[in-house]
Design a binder for this molecule. Sequence first.
Ligand SMILES: CC(C)(COP(=O)(O)OP(=O)(O)OC[C@H]1O[C@@H](n2cnc3c(N)ncnc32)[C@H](O)[C@@H]1OP(=O)(O)O)[C@@H](O)C(=O)NCCC(=O)NCCS
Length: 318
Amino acid sequence: MTLALVPFPRDQTTSLALAAEALRTRLAPGEDIRDWLPPIDSAIRSGRATGGLLSSEGEARGIVLWEPAGPLGVSVRLLYLSPPNADRERYRAAFDLTERAAGPIAFAPGPLFGLSEDEASALMKGIGFAPFGRCEMALSPNVPVALAPVPPGAEVRPVRPADEPLLARLHENAYRNHLDRYLSLEVVDPVRDADRQLREYFAGRWGELLSPGSVAVTLDGRIVAAVVAVRRPAHVLVIDVMTDPTLQGNGFGRVALTGAIHALRERGEPAITLNVTEGNERAARLYAHLGFVRTIGPSKEWYNARRMSVEYPPPPVR
Ligand SMILES: CC(C)(COP(=O)(O)OP(=O)(O)OC[C@H]1O[C@@H](n2cnc3c(N)ncnc32)[C@H](O)[C@@H]1OP(=O)(O)O)[C@@H](O)C(=O)NCCC(=O)NCCS
């Protein structure tokens, strides 16, 4: 059976139905379909959605939907074959079709419906992909958080607009070869991409940057650790926690994060969330010790290991 890619507008009704079916099979624990389906639905209805139905012999057997290409390739958001079409060969064919239509795939969704974890793993590893997961964690307002002792010579203060270039360098160093960097990559050059990232934090791309609430830890006048917090509609999102790699494991991250939590609570922002990549033990341990609990995830996804040299965090064993 040969699969072909049929544009969504050719059969919008089936496209909408299969998109909902596909999304349901890949929701992470705690995720709500109502948060994800409306944008997909409206993209398909308006003709903006990139992807199509996976069809053979005039019948829709599945669906693939991707986001426009970033520098590493496209992010496939939905890849689904309905029973009884879901087997390794057809998923493999669906990947080939997608890459022919969209160019290289950077990120792909998991699980692949109808395949066991072992089958999906063998298929994905065979085409050069490695697994990863992400979790959302939240800190409840009534969890007491003590300020951590500040290491000798260090100072804690709110982030200022003039910090932008120094924070960009800290970001660049802290996230080198880190999967999180690739997840938000827009410019291949790491220096320019870190500059862009910090510029966008300050410009409010992800929500108003809160300071007080975002914290810089300095040592001899140099910023060695920082937390960046932004306002989202329902809560505050800690979008970045970073320590200079030469100083990690010395308590600077804890100082920055506890300082940020205190400043946020003082300004009346009790609901704090953040996202963490599975396997980022140092970060996950810090968050759990402070009282953050997992609210969503882990998601199951794949990154193209041929296009990203990820050293950290190590991929989860799956
Ligand atoms: C995550 C990060 C900010 C932590 O900063 P840090 O200054 O290294 O953190 P600390 O020294 O305060 O230690 C924090 C926790 O790491 C744990 N830790 C310290 N050394 C560790 C090690 N060698 N291995 C594993 N965990 C370790 C400790 O348990 C500590 O938690 P605790 O204080 O509750 O016991 C830092 O590692 C970093 O910049 N990483 C790269 C960027 C990143 O991943 N950011 C988080 C994105 S979600």
